[in-house]
Design a protein around this ligand. Structure first.
Ligand code: SAM
Ligand code: CA
Length: 220
């Protein structure tokens, strides 16, 4: 067997970016602004944002949901890829970081596609289900607090249409999921999620070693 996944050195990542990244100036500007914040490592990478855009376009997605907005990079990537009539419901609880997100959505001319729901994501998911929106979403990105990942997965699966796609971030958690010496609640929650997903016949899956590990789960 050849190397299952090529180790990505700094030089090779630079090559990858030079030969694939097409980051528009507005996303570059948001990344530069976010770099000033101490928690900037929470932002997804530009190549992951571009991959999400490709998925949105492959799916022909109109209706998307995001759990965990931060300064809005992943949401802006998705909103830019959605059609004019597309809609993204973006969930977070932080007014300061989402104010940056909203400023950039305005600047990019996509604010009309995005509805920010400032509440714990579980509340928003429950409200969407109660409002009869089960089976209506084309795409869900899960990237909020890790200890609710299993609940986010179950509720998001209900909200997805058949053939719709869920993308779950940080599923390799800097490698901690595979280290038995690590037993903190966040790591355990991600292990629980990964265990549930691999055994779940309701979805077709792939776990990609992209960024901090990304699971794609398509509703059968
Ligand atoms: N997707 C973002 C990006 O690409 O820049 C990064 C999201 S960051 C890793 C996680 C976000 O989840 C934070 O902005 C945090 O405020 C939010 N969050 C934490 N707990 C939450 C909850 N219970 N409900 C909704 N959002 C939550
Ligand atoms: Ca993340």
């Amino acid at each position: 067997m050849t190397h299952a996944t090529l180790p990505l050195t700094d030089a090779l990542r630079q090559y990858l970016l030079a030969h694939s990244l097409r980051e528009p100036p507005i996303l570059q500007a948001l990344r530069a602004e976010t770099t000033k914040l101490s928690a900037h490592a929470m932002q997804i990478s530009p190549e992951q944002g571009q991959f999400m855009q490709l998925l949105i376009q492959l799916l022909g997605a109109h209706k998307a949901l995001e759990l965990g907005v931060y300064t809005g990079y992943s949401a802006l990537s998705v909103a830019l890829a959605l059609p004019e009539t597309g809609r993204l419901i973006a969930c977070d609880i932080n007014t300061e970081t989402t104010a940056i997100a909203q400023r950039f959505w305005q600047q990019a001319g996509v604010a009309h596609k995005v509805t920010l729901r400032l509440a714990p994501a579980l509340e928003t998911l429950n409200a969407l289900l109660t409002a009869g929106e089960a089976g209506s979403f084309d795409f869900v990105f899960i990237d909020a607090d890790k200890q609710n990942y299993v609940s986010y997965y179950e509720k998001s699966l209900s909200l997805l249409r058949q053939g719709g796609l869920m993308m779950i971030d940080n599923v390799l958690w800097q490698g901690r999921v595979a280290d038995e010496n690590v037993q903190d609640p966040d790591t355990q929650a991600i292990r629980d999620l990964n265990q549930r997903v691999v055994a779940d016949a309701r979805v077709r899956i792939s776990l990609l070693p992209l960024g901090d590990g990304v699971t794609l789960a398509q509703k059968c």
